[in-house]
Design a protein around this ligand. Structure first.
Ligand code: SF4
Length: 233
C-alpha cells in the first residue's frame, strides 16, 4: 500500500485562503444611491465599495474603505445587489482591482444585464476588465501625491465608452492635465476635471477651462451637494 503524504495544516489553511481570495471579496459597503459622477450622473445606482487601496491620495474622501470590511462570496454580493432591483451598478473602492475576484464580479454583473461601471485609480492594469464594463479611469495629478502610481499602459486599454477623470488641486495640476489631454488626444473619450473639494473653487477651474477652450468637461460631485460628504451616498 502506498503511504499517504499528510498535508501540513498550514498548507491547508493557505490553500483555503487562496480559494477565498478567488471566490470572495472584502466589502466595505453596498448601498443604493444616485450616481454623483461621470456621464451616468443622476442615475439610481447600486454601489459596491470594495475594501482596500494601495494609494494614499492626499484628498481621499473614502479613507474609511482602506481597512476592515467583511469578506463575502460573489453569490452573496450578487444577492445583496439584486435586492435593490436597480439596473445600474457601480463597483468602486478603495481600489476595486486590488482584489482579484473583482474581475469575476464585473463579468457576472454584465451577464445579468446590468449597466456596470468601474471606478479605478488608474494605478492597476485594466486590460483584463470585461469590455462590457464602463471604466472610469482616474489619472493621478502631481497634487494628489500619487502621480508616480499612474499605470500609463492603461491609456492603450481604453474603449470608446470609457471615461477619464482628473482631480485638480491647483493651477499646476490643471496645466499638467491640459498638456496630457492634448498630447494624448484624450478628448476621444469623455474627460472630466473635478476640483479637489476644499482645495480649489469650481469657479476658478471653470474659468481656466473656458479661457483655454479645453476639450473636457467640469464635474462636481452631485452626491456631496445633496447629502454632504458622508459614507453611504
Ligand atoms: S485611489 Fe481613490 S480610494 Fe485610493 S487613496 Fe486615492 S482617492 Fe482614495
Amino acid at each position: 500500500m502506498k503511504a499517504q503524504t499528510a498535508v501540513p495544516p498550514h498548507s491547508q489553511a493557505a490553500a483555503g485562503a487562496q480559494r477565498d481570495v478567488a471566490s470572495s471579496l472584502k466589502i466595505t459597503e453596498i448601498f443604493h444611491s444616485l450616481q454623483g459622477e461621470s456621464s451616468l450622473s443622476g442615475w439610481p445606482t447600486v454601489f459596491v465599495r470594495l475594501t482596500g487601496c494601495p494609494l494614499r491620495c492626499q484628498y481621499c474622501d473614502t479613507a474609511y474603505a482602506f481597512h476592515g470590511g467583511q469578506r463575502q462570496t460573489l453569490d452573496d454580493i450578487l444577492d445583496s445587489i439584486d435586492r435593490h432591483q436597480c439596473g445600474h451598478v457601480c463597483v468602486t473602492g478603495g481600489e476595486p482591482l486590488a482584489q482579484p475576484a473583482c474581475l469575476d464580479l464585473l463579468s457576472r454583473l454584465c451577464d445579468r444585464g446590468h449597466v456596470v461601471s468601474l471606478e479605478t485609480s488608474g494605478a492597476l492594469p485594466v486590460a483584463a476588465v470585461d469590455p462590457r464594463v464602463i471604466k472610469i479611469l482616474d489619472i493621478k495629478t502631481p497634487g494628489s501625491g500619487e502621480q508616480q502610481r499612474n499605470h500609463w499602459a492603461n491609456l492603450q486599454a481604453l474603449q470608446a465608452h470609457d471615461e477619464i477623470k482628473f482631480v485638480i488641486c491647483d493651477r499646476t495640476d490643471y496645466d499638467w492635465a491640459a498638456d496630457l489631454i492634448r498630447q494624448h488626444e484624450l478628448q476621444r473619450y469623455t474627460v472630466w476635471l473635478s476640483p479637489s473639494h476644499a482645495q480649489l473653487a469650481p469657479r476658478e477651474l471653470a474659468a481656466w477651462m473656458l479661457a483655454d477652450q479645453l476639450p473636457a468637461r467640469l464635474q462636481l460631485q452631485l452626491h456631496k451637494h445633496i447629502w454632504g460628504d458622508v459614507p453611504g451616498h
